[in-house]
Each structure stands twice: as C-alpha cells, then as structure tokens.
Design a protein around this ligand. Structure first.
Ligand SMILES: [Zn+2]
Length: 398
C-alpha cells in the first residue's frame, strides 16, 4: 500500500511539474498527514526537492512546492541501429544531459558493433558520474524483434542478426548486471521518446513512424505503448503494398520499407546506399547526399522521395483505418525529408483513410528525428524509477 502511495505521489509531481503537499492530498485523496510522511521519505531518497514557498493563494498558508530532483539519478539510453550507435543520459525531469552518436555500418559483425556500443555506453556512464548523477539502469534500443524476458534479440532483418544474447553480451562488456539492462524495439522507444521528449500528450493517441533503413511504428494510446499480444506490434515496414514486388529481408515481397526505407529511396534517387563508415555526428549523415540533391532541385531525387512518400501514405492509411489515431508523427529520416515527402504522403493517406471526410488524422513531423529512440530508451529508465520509488528508500521492504 505504502509502495503504491509513494508511486502515486511521485507520479503526480512528475506529471504536473511541481505540486504542494496540499495539492497532492487533494489530487490523490490521501490525508495531509500521509502525504507529508510520504513526501518526507521521497525527499530523503533524493527523488523530490523542495522548491520553497509558493505565493500566498486566496486561502490558507503558502505551501512549499515540490518537484522531481533532477540532480541525483539518471537513465542511460543506448541504441544500435543499422548505420549508427548512440548513447544518451537523461535526468528525472527528462532533460537530456548527454547525447552522442557515432555513424558506423553495424551489419558486418555483431561483436564489433557491441564493442562499439559498449565504448560509447561507458563514456555516457562516466559522463553521468561526472555530473554527479547515479545511473539507475540502461535501456537498449534495437532495430528488430526482441525478447524482453530473456534479453535476446530474436531477429533484426536489416542488420542480418539472428538470436543473440545482447543483454548478457553488453552487461559483460560494461561490467553491469544483466538485471539492470532492458531491451526494446527502437520503433517502440522512438514513440515513447516522442511522448516524453517531443510532442507529448498534445498528440493524443498517435502512431509514430520511424524511418531508418527499416521502417517501424510505435502505437501510443492513453499515454502508453500498444505492444500487441506477444510484444511484436508496429512492424509496419513489412506491410506488403505490392505482393509481386521485390523480395524483402523478412521473406515477404513488396514490403513498405522496400519503397520508402532509407536505402530504397537512395537507390531510387541514383545515390549510393552505403552509409559512411567513419563520420561521427548526426545519423542524418547517410541521407545528407539525398538532402543536398533535393536542395539542388534534382528531379530524380525529388521523384524518389515523392514516390517514397506516396507509398508511406498508402501503408499508413491501412494502419490508420485499423487504429484510428488522433495524430500520425513522421520521425527518423522522414523528419529532414518532410518538406519533399509530406505532400504526396498526406494526399495518399487521406485518399485511402475511410474517416477522412469526417475526422482526418492529423499529421505531424517529429522534432526529434533519429534521436527519438535513444531518448525514449533513457526515458524508459526514468519511468522505471518513477514506477517503484520504494526501491530507493532504505528500509522499505516488499
Ligand atoms: Zn519485409
């Protein structure tokens, strides 16, 4: 009971930014005495801080506002994608305190990719310690189907990796216990990143589309991710929009990502598909050539991206007809390509969506682009802290 109440209080402060004891009591239905004692424990555990007296209201004594303590605990997010690795550190208030991306082709060898990620991860952990933050866990984002219980990557078609014990391998390399490392699909984490660091609750129920070499989606309803019965929901990149089309890494034909994935659009634009293996910096690097061609007004590039946008609109219309979202958010590489892709995308989407005439879905462009997944990974560690603050309170049993 106490454990649940601690969570209730912490969650309320988290959602509201700040709150007084009196506001907490009226919002949670707990007595003021109970709230005061819970708050005292959360202050002792460095999860909350006291902001000082609020201006006097119309009635009663001025209350002291409480907020999440941003200077004690941190979540570490890590990501392996096909052509980059990334790491970030966030504090309890979802502020990004450290972020780094290294472009590299991870398809060649899983061991080398994990070594690369572990190097980046240990730098991020060190950065957290230097800011006097205590890392409270790691979440790893991967572009494939994962088993969260066993910590294994089952299949990542675009990396061509199959059945790898990634949690164990990363734990060994970072000298971190496997229980402290969680695993999730990058499209799921990108959607959560959008919820916590991007458009947030104003998006309503939304589908976040991650454009990379592969294409995935995360479906968020009532501020939570829809995972499906076995956790595999959102694999929209493998919706077939042409059953007689090109063979895909998944074994199907004419999959959506064969039309509007990064390599498909680069190829259609007449540009080399390979990612630069050495550059460090923005994961938009691999499409920088495409962006330059678009800015120069090259017709082949414009046509390639417009065709990709139309295919994406047809695929997403199918999803929207089933899910009925308030908003569709275009993320990953679709963020920088939005100026060229949005018009054919929206036209195809609205043409094929049944409810268009009465309630067309809103379309938004993510402000996070390819950074959404690693942020969502770090944010999911924060959510685990907020979900069970009793773990941080000494002497709290059960
Ligand atoms: Zn496929």
């Amino acid at each position: 009971m106490r454990r649940q109440n601690l969570r209730l209080v912490l969650r309320h402060v988290s959602r509201n930014g700040k709150s007084s004891r009196a506001q907490l009591a009226s919002a949670t239905g707990l007595t003021k005495a109970t709230v005061s004692s819970l708050v005292a424990e959360l202050l002792d555990a460095y999860l909350l801080i006291e902001l000082g007296p609020e201006p006097r209201g119309l009635t009663g004594r001025p209350g002291s506002a409480l907020a999440l303590n941003p200077d004690r605990y941190a979540g570490i997010g890590l990501e392996i994608n096909v052509d980059y690795v990334a790491a970030c550190v966030t504090d309890l208030k979802h502020r990004i305190r450290y972020h780094h991306v290294e472009c590299a082709d991870n398809r060649a060898d899983a061991k080398i990719a994990l070594d690369r990620l572990a190097r980046l991860g240990s730098v991020a952990i060190r950065a957290a310690h230097e800011m006097e933050l205590t890392p409270c866990g790691i979440t790893l984002a991967l572009p494939g189907i994962v088993d969260q219980v066993t910590g294994r990557l089952l299949r990542a078609p675009n990396l061509n990796w199959t059945d790898l014990p990634v949690v164990e391998s990363l734990g060994d390399r970072l000298d971190v216990r496997p229980e402290e490392i969680h695993l999730d699909n990058e499209a799921n984490l990108a959607a959560l990143g959008e919820l916590w660091f991007g458009g947030g609750e104003a998006l309503g129920d939304f589908i976040h589309v991650s454009g990379e070499i592969g294409i995935g989606a995360g479906i968020v309803t009532r501020r939570a991710l829809y995972r499906g019965a076995r956790g595999f929901a959102g694999e929209i990149g493998h919706i077939s929009i042409d059953p007689s089309g090109e063979l895909c890494g998944c074994g199907g034909r004419g999959c959506l990502e064969r039309f509007c994935g990064q390599e498909a659009m680069l190829r259609a634009a007449g540009l080399p598909p390979a990612a630069p293996a050495t550059s460090t910096g923005d994961p938009g690097g691999p499409i920088s050539g495409l962006l330059a061609a678009l800015q120069r007004g090259e017709q082949q590039a414009i046509r390639a991206v417009r065709q990709g946008g139309e295919a994406l609109g047809i695929g997403l219309a199918g999803v929207a007809n089933v899910v009925d979202p308030d908003t569709i958010v275009l993320g990953g590489i679709f963020t920088p390509l939005a100026s060229w892709l949005m018009e054919p995308f929206t036209a195809a989407l609205l043409r094929q969506t049944v409810v268009t005439r009465w309630a067309p879905p809103r379309v938004a462009v993510s402000s996070l682009g390819p950074q959404a997944a690693v942020r969502g990974a770090a944010g999911s560690v924060v959510q685990r802290i907020l979900a069970d603050p009793s773990l941080f309170i000494s002497g709290e049993e059960e």
